[in-house]
Design a protein. Sequence first.
Length: 109
Amino acid sequence: MDQVELGSLEGEDGGAFRRSFSRKYREEAAKLVIETGRPIAQVAKELGVDEVSLGKWVKDYRAAHDSEESPLGVSERARLRELERETRDLRLENEFLKKAAAYFAKDHR
């Protein structure tokens, strides 16, 4: 990722001024958070930017690229159905085992 030259963080009168980042830099920083799944705070610290700013960049990037998510393909839909079926079966089995454990945990004298 290209780094932006920040220079001095003080204005001529000694007061702090606002840094500005290019649109490309903001998008790359947001993609870094989204694609790696790392926390915004961690990435912000690594890049030397404010967490709130990076959070806004991520939010803006997601809003701008929300429609770019590709629909599921045929094989992905089949896999999703298979996983949903497996989840349903496992939940039923889990409920049965809970009931069986409760029954056998009772004192049957």
